[in-house]
Design a protein around this ligand. Structure first.
Ligand code: ZNH
Length: 141
């Protein structure tokens, strides 16, 4: 559960991302695939070196879903139910991949926002994304 202050920090971070979903999302995927090549096995259709257009399009969809989560901090489970079903039952993404994505997400934010991405914002964002990952992976059990 996020405190009132953490919620405010999550919203502040989202305000800095909003409008750049495709660009940030594409960089997130590029970092994920480069730093953790095993994650690419889930995206065979993106090929060995995914092109920019595909990264932008999947990156945008992923970040838009994060934006939906930001708007539904009080009912993440309900808001993300269809995505949770998709990841658990159709995509069968191993839950161990989520912390890798969360780490890359923070590097993307730090590299773009620099001093604007404060220590407190990183802590709140990490907690928020971990909550999203819990919801997206709990259908496996
Ligand atoms: Zn995921 C898909 C989100 C994580 C893999 N995804 C997806 C989508 C979205 C997402 C929105 C789209 C859907 C539709 O279309 O309907 N994810 C997400 C989020 C997260 C994630 C939010 C966290 C936070 N994923 C993930 C991971 C992985 C993945 C970690 C691995 C590595 N996804 C995936 C895949 C897919 C998806 C494979 C499919 C793609 C296509 O189809 O193209």
């Amino acid at each position: 559960m996020l405190s009132a202050q953490e919620r405010a920090q999550v919203a502040q971070v989202w305000d800095l991302i909003a409008g750049h979903e495709a660009a940030f999302g594409a960089e997130l995927l590029l970092r994920l695939f480069t730093v953790y090549p095993s994650t690419k096995t889930y995206f065979p259709h993106l090929g060995s070196c995914a092109d920019k257009a595909q990264l932008l399009s999947h990156g945008r969809r992923m970040l838009e879903a994060v934006g939906v989560a930001v708007q539904h901090l009080d009912n993440l489970r309900a808001a993300l139910r269809p995505l949770a079903d998709l990841h658990a039952q159709v995509l069968r993404v191993d839950p161990s991949n989520f912390p890798l994505l969360i780490q890359c997400f923070q590097v993307v934010l730090a590299s773009h926002l620099q001093d604007e991405f404060t220590v407190e914002m990183q802590a709140a964002w990490d907690k928020f994304l971990t909550g999203v990952a819990v919801v997206l992976t709990e259908k496996y059990r």
